[in-house]
Design a protein around this ligand. Sequence first.
Ligand SMILES: Nc1nc2c(ncn2[C@@H]2O[C@H](COP(=O)(O)OP(=O)(O)OP(=O)(O)O)[C@@H](O)[C@H]2O)c(=O)[nH]1
Ligand SMILES: [Mg+2]
Length: 323
Amino acid sequence: MSQTPLAIARGVLAREIGAGARLIRWLEEGDPRGREALAAVYPHTGRAHLIGITGPPGAGKSTLTNALISEQRKRGRRVGVIAVDPSSPFSGGAVLGDRVRMQQHALDEGVFIRSMGTRGQLGGLSRATFDAILVQDAMGYDVVIVETVGVGQDELDIVSLAHSTVIVSVPGLGDEVQAIKAGLLEVGDLFVVNKADRDGSEQILRQLELMLHLREQTRPNQDWTPPLLRTVALKNEGVEALVDALDAHHALLQRTGAFTVRVQERSRHMFLGLLREQSAARIMAEAMADPATAVVILAVDAGTLDPYSAATQLLWRLSLKVG
Ligand SMILES: Nc1nc2c(ncn2[C@@H]2O[C@H](COP(=O)(O)OP(=O)(O)OP(=O)(O)O)[C@@H](O)[C@H]2O)c(=O)[nH]1
Ligand SMILES: [Mg+2]
């Protein structure tokens, strides 16, 4: 396989998984070829239905994703999966558990599974996830599923990239519904109680029902009422109904124009983030190259200049020089 950005871009558009994997790796590593190839395929993005699956560790997210792949394939759709595991140092498709669980799809040309750990991504996990989504989107996957563990801000950022966010909870997490921290309750479009074969599933269903009911009261006149579904992912139970609900949400987003709006918001968010980062990097580089910076640092160290004034003074000096 030729390694030029153009050849990789062509491969991506021709739906070659090898080319897609290469481009995702380039982007993760900050390889300049990645940006060039991404620019070439970018006009072909914006079509995939992005589904976020999140919930506590061990809730069965990967098992459910696996079942979702099968059901989506039955409906004739090509499926991309990005399994984000912030606790895992592995990346490059090496999160073992997910690989094993989703192995049955390994030989299916219509399925592309990419795992991401925390190691080696320039610009953080949510950036890398965003990039991988773009690549799979450009490859013409009808559905792109992003699986994350719902814990930190990074995951919330990732969840906000999706069109349809599925919050997975399970019985037996203790009295409070641990999975549904306020933040997750807010962002959920669909709620699933997985492991419905286990004791306590009625209880958690009732708790969730109440929480969703309260949530609805704070948001009158919504055109979407988040469904509350039960699944046994291991046995594919409830998975058809989940895909039906996802399809209904997708159709609604299309109908109201919210689908496009979410894509726009995502691009703008990413653009502003990059602008912030790159301008800060540039100003830092300039500041460090300026001999006056050393003097200011010494003054801050000595306590003769406060950090606020120091930053302002230095920025003034730089902007005067630039302007
Ligand atoms: N009884 C029961 N067990 C399930 C069900 N779904 C998944 N499991 C089991 O729960 C365990 C965790 O499943 P995973 O799919 O790895 O869960 P996960 O949420 O992806 O886990 P992390 O990615 O590690 O957070 C596995 O042993 C599954 O076999 C279910 O519906 N019922
Ligand atoms: Mg998992």
